[in-house]
Design a protein around this ligand. Structure first.
Ligand code: S3P
Length: 432
């Protein structure tokens, strides 16, 4: 396909969750612009409303208004939908509140591990009852917390953020170490709101002040992870140029641009600016011939949600691409490690997950076959982009899952392309 024009990805999912949560805990009325209107963020808004926070409807076109408060006992189970970030961050925010709250989620979320968050929260003083092992549903009864120092075995922003929120609500100090730096949106937003964090010897230290969190206004930047699909479509295009506007370029999120650079696609960052403590830029992307690369374990946290789309790009690159230590992908919205490999094979690409590494061998044969998205938004979008290459015939098992993080994805993908490749090649629900 030929790409052209300019496109804006939706608001950053991670920042949207954090903005709603911190506004929900703040004193007074906050105003949030550019919030993602995807299903995951609506799950956070719904759960916060159940905890007594007043939030105007989360919809496109205007700011979302939040009147914060001290979180109150919910009358019913907190349904977190498909959103791991909602479940884990809300657990953190409830750890210091003296009432019981039961959390659950959809079938995918009920398969995801929760002890990575509940174990440190228990050590801080929260009581947590499981119903069936290391997963939702579970009931948290918060209480008086103690100062806490934790070395996380996983580089996970959800673990780190849950503990920071527990410290904030419980009024206790937390010190956190992680094996590699994960996305730092919570830290940046806390600092933007005037709270002090310290960095010492590889650890983050947070000692909340006695003063309550002030209400705030925030403009949420576009989501780098959603932008990655648009960037990839432009890199794979035969000709043209695409401007992806208003993208958050926080270095803890843009590992995919670094890897793309090594693969031969240079993406220009224009108009670099700051929004609420986060770097933002417009990305100018042109088609490129790609070569395989090795993605290191240290890079993985900076591109953890981009492995499916990078693997799709690797399938069009000369030679082999290896993703090291991507075992965390097994516990995302689906088992992304196995499904990326299996779906690439279904399209005629040599791909394999071996232990925690993923190997993809590039080809110039058009991808043809049926993709099982497992209702995972990022798998649907990654394989839809692969379906734009000339001669492709990619049949997705469904496409509705994109509503989780990028409701207008298919409309945007169609809009940036010329030549109708997508329309002709990408069908849904076909048997293959
Ligand atoms: C997120 C952190 C990452 C990421 C997820 C969003 C966040 O998960 O995969 O999509 O907003 O904190 P982990 O913390 O489990 O790595």
């Amino acid at each position: 396909m030929k790409v052209r024009g300019a496109v804006r990805p939706p608001g950053d999912k991670s920042i949207s969750h954090r903005a709603l949560l911190l506004a929900g805990l703040a004193h007074g009325r906050s105003e949030l612009d550019g919030l993602l209107t995807g299903a995951d963020v609506k799950s956070t808004a719904r759960v916060l409303r159940q905890l007594g926070v007043d939030i105007s409807p989360v919809r496109a076109g205007g700011p979302v208004l939040v009147r914060g408060r001290v979180l109150a006992r919910p009358a019913a189970t907190l349904e977190c939908g498909n959103s791991g970030t909602t479940a884990r961050l809300v657990l953190g925010a409830l750890a210091g509140r003296p009432f019981a709250a039961r959390l659950s989620g959809d079938a995918s979320l009920r398969r995801r591990p929760m002890r990575r968050v509940t174990e440190p929260l228990r050590a801080m003083g929260a009581h947590i009852e499981e119903e069936g092992g290391d997963s939702l549903p579970l009931t948290i009864r918060g209480g008086k917390l103690r100062d806490f120092t934790y070395t996380s075995p996983v580089a996970s922003a959800q673990i780190k953020s849950a503990l920071l929120l527990a410290g904030l609500v419980g009024g206790v100090a937390v010190t956190i170490r992680e094996p590699y730096l994960s996305r730092d949106h919570t830290e940046r937003l806390l600092v933007h709101l005037g709270l002090a964090l310290s960095y010492h010897d590889g650890a983050i230290g947070f000692r909340p002040s006695a003063v309550s969190l002030p209400a705030f206004r925030l403009s949420v930047p576009g989501d780098a992870s959603s932008a990655a699909f648009l960037v990839a479509a432009a890199v794979l295009a035969e000709e043209g140029e695409l401007l992806v506007e208003n993208v958050g370029v926080n270095p803890t999120r843009t590992g995919f641009l670094v890897v793309l650079g090594r693969m031969g696609a240079r993406v220009e960052r224009l108009n670099l600016r700051d929004e609420g403590g986060e770097p933002v830029a417009d990305l100018l992307v042109r088609p490129a011939a790609l070569v395989g690369t090795e993605v290191t374990a240290a890079e993985v946290p900076t591109l953890v949600d981009e492995v499916p789309i990078l693997a799709a790009l690797a399938s069009r690159a000369a030679g082999e691409t290896v993703f090291r230590e991507v075992g965390e992908l097994r516990v995302k919205e689906s088992n992304r490690l196995e499904l990326v490999a299996a779906n690439l094979r279904a399209l005629g690409v040599a791909a394999e997950a071996r232990a925690d590494d993923l190997f993809v061998r590039g080809t110039d044969r058009p991808p043809r076959g049926r993709v099982d998205t497992a209702r995972d938004h990022r798998l649907a979008m990654a394989f839809a982009v692969l379906g734009t290459v000339p001669g492709a015939e990619v049949r997705l098992s469904e496409r509705a899952s994109v509503a989780v993080s990028y409701p207008t994805f298919f409309a945007d993908l169609r809009r940036i392309g010329e030549g109708g490749t997508l329309k002709d090649s990408l069908t849904v629900g076909g048997k293959g």
